[in-house]
Design a protein around this ligand. Structure first.
Ligand code: C2E
Ligand code: CA
Ligand code: CA
Length: 550
């Protein structure tokens, strides 16, 4: 092997720059030596490699391979002395970065090609320091080997996009600088990295979750009331902490950190969450459920069905209608039981809610048309989220479905659940108007929990108000605030001519109280749990024959 490959000269050049990697090939033996930095960064098998071209082609982005092969072939077959091309090469994290690869053939005294020496320059423009906050860049953290035990904290600004769009980019930058400086001031020796967008990573060798929680709380306070910088409005932050043992490895620690940070953002923004195996389990379960839900949708809503819970007149002598409630059973045994409180929010975040919403609507209306043949006055409610009402096709499809099955629109009730925040109120209002125009009824669900229940009551015509179960449960025992609220809502609805349904009625005492307050409909386990179609029909027959629970 040519002695240049093992010379000090090679070593000296190899460590000359962070962004440049060198390689020298012995053209006679075919052995190439790569700099240690190149081995680390690209994750090469070793410094000395026999068939470098085959190995390196694997690292090149499939779309760019032909450019490289064409150019290097000329060098190898002696038609060119120089190699010069740009392409994307994969590093050891699996990311592709643009590199510029330049090399020259060096001839020996015998006139034959002796060495092929080259430089690989990374063109990804990654600096050591972030130009805005002057903190180390996330890339620098990737270079840490995580050999010693310690902790890593991820901190992000809540609603940073909104801050930028509301106050402008330069204001957004000042917020970033402010947070970076707060983190640095409290870091207690840990290193602060600007990771990506509004996220910072704080890496502390030998530190633990307790110390980082303390730092987070301090920084959080200074962000909520930014005293050190004038004209900066307070903002909140969310954080996650991962503790790691010695030799856990960069990739593993960063993966845990990302998982925990996403969990923190979704579940309890504005706090700090410490990574645990339970969090990982819950994230994995969610992922599994999400995949399985999407499969079910693809297979024509396999596993989805509706169950029905009766709504009883306050007198207790008739079933005035029912609420359709969604159920889902996965094929996968490891999922087990999964109820709407768990899967609805997953459907909302994985984009499946729109399709499932159509399924629920069609199924509920189809069933309503069957029951309304025998019981003309029978109401069927189904649940709809505001996101569905933003879809311009949804309400026209309700109207078409009602027509198709010949159901009575004045006995179809759309129940609206969560708050109206973050939705396009103009589109939603249009949908309301269209519903109204066709005589379809609107119920406000879970009244008293959302942020805009009174706003809704004030701005749209609501036919039915469904008081949240938590108030009904609060009626038990001593007469307190819930008693006053429930009583006043009963009076208010009576006054504005809006029907009222109380959910979660579990005892006879509560039923009596609600009747006194003027609630028109009662729904709860006292009468029946949500049940299958066949059971519901049996319930209807029995109830109407006077076999009620009184
Ligand atoms: P919700 O609309 O408030 O539905 C009432 C929930 O209360 C149902 O839970 C019902 O089983 C439960 N419930 C009724 N009576 C009692 C009682 O006396 N005691 C107790 N402890 N609970 C009672 P479920 O079926 O698990 O549904 C939970 C939530 O999931 C629903 O709350 C609704 O927000 C959502 N959901 C269900 N089906 C659909 C759907 O088709 N579309 C949408 N967007 N959301 C749905
Ligand atoms: Ca409901
Ligand atoms: Ca409800």
């Amino acid at each position: 092997m040519n002695e240049v490959l093992s010379s000090e000269l090679f070593e000296a050049f190899a460590s000359a720059s962070d962004n440049i990697y060198i390689y020298v090939s012995d053209m006679k033996t075919g052995v190439t030596r790569w700099s240690k930095e190149a081995v680390d960064y690209f994750g090469l098998p070793s410094e000395y490699i026999e068939d470098t071209t085959t190995m390196w082609v694997e690292h090149i982005h499939p779309e760019d391979r032909s450019i490289f092969i064409e150019d290097i072939s000329k060098v190898l077959n002696g038609t060119s002395r120089k190699h010069n091309c740009q392409y994307r090469a994969r590093n050891r994290y699996g990311d592709y970065n643009w590199v510029e690869c330049k090399g020259s053939v060096i001839y020996g005294e015998d006139g034959e090609p002796d060495l092929f020496a080259g430089l690989m320059t990374r063109l990804d423009n990654r600096n050591k320091y972030d130009p805005i906050t002057h903190m180390l860049t996330g890339y620098e953290l990737m270079r840490e080997d995580f050999n010693d035990a310690g902790a890593l904290m991820n901190v992000g600004i809540d609603n940073f996009r909104k801050i930028n769009s509301q106050y402008g980019l330069s204001y957004g930058n000042r917020v970033l600088v402010y947070l970076a400086e707060c983190l640095k001031a409290h870091a207690n020796g840990a290193l602060v990295y600007r990771f990506q967008g509004d996220e910072f990573l704080i890496y502390g060798k030998g530190m633990n979750a307790e110390q980082f929680t303390f730092i987070f709380e301090k920084v959080k306070q200074e962000c909520l009331t930014p005293i050190k910088e004038e004209h900066l409005v307070g903002f909140s932050i969310t954080g996650s902490i991962v503790e790691f043992g010695a030799d856990e490895g960069t990739v593993k620690v960063l993966a845990k950190s990302e998982l925990c940070f996403n969990y923190a953002k979704e579940n309890r923004g504005s706090f700090v969450t410490v990574y645990s195996a339970d969090i990982e389990k819950s994230v994995n379960r969610k992922k599994l459920i999400s995949e399985s839900l999407l499969e079910s949708i693809k297979e024509d809503f396999k596993g989805f069905r509706l169950v029905y819970q009766p709504i009883i007149a306050n007198t207790g002598d008739s079933v005035v209608g029912c609420e359709a409630l969604l159920r889902w059973k996965s094929d996968r045994e490891d999922i087990g039981n999964c109820y709407p409180d768990e899967f609805i929010s997953i459907l909302e975040s994985n984009g499946g809610m729109k399709d499932v919403g159509y399924f629920v609507m069609r199924e509920a209306i189809r069933q309503a048309s069957i029951w309304q043949k025998n019981f003309k006055e029978f109401n069927v409610s189904f649940n709809v989220s505001y996101v569905q009402l933003e879809d311009a096709e949804f309400v026209p499809d309700i109207v078409r479905t009602i027509e198709k099955y010949g159901a009575n629109p004045q006995r179809i009730i759309v129940e609206l659940t969560e708050s109206i925040l973050n939705v396009d109120t103009v589109k939603v209002k249009k949908s309301f108007e269209l519903l109204r125009k066709h005589g379809i009824l609107i119920a406000l669900d879970d009244f008293g929990t959302g942020n805009s229940s009174f706003w809704m009551l004030h701005n749209i015509d609501v036919d039915v108000l469904k008081l949240d179960q938590s108030f009904i449960r609060g009626l038990e025992g001593t007469i307190g605030i819930d008693y006053a609220i429930v009583k006043s809502i009963g009076i208010m609805c009576d006054h504005i001519g809006c029907k009222t349904v109380a959910e979660g009625v579990e005892t006879k005492e509560i039923w009596t109280m609600l009747s006194e307050f003027g609630f028109t409909g009662l729904q709860g386990y006292l009468f029946s749990k949500p049940i299958e179609v066949a059971d519901f029909e049996e319930f209807l027959l029995e109830y109407n024959m006077g076999k009620n629970c009184s």
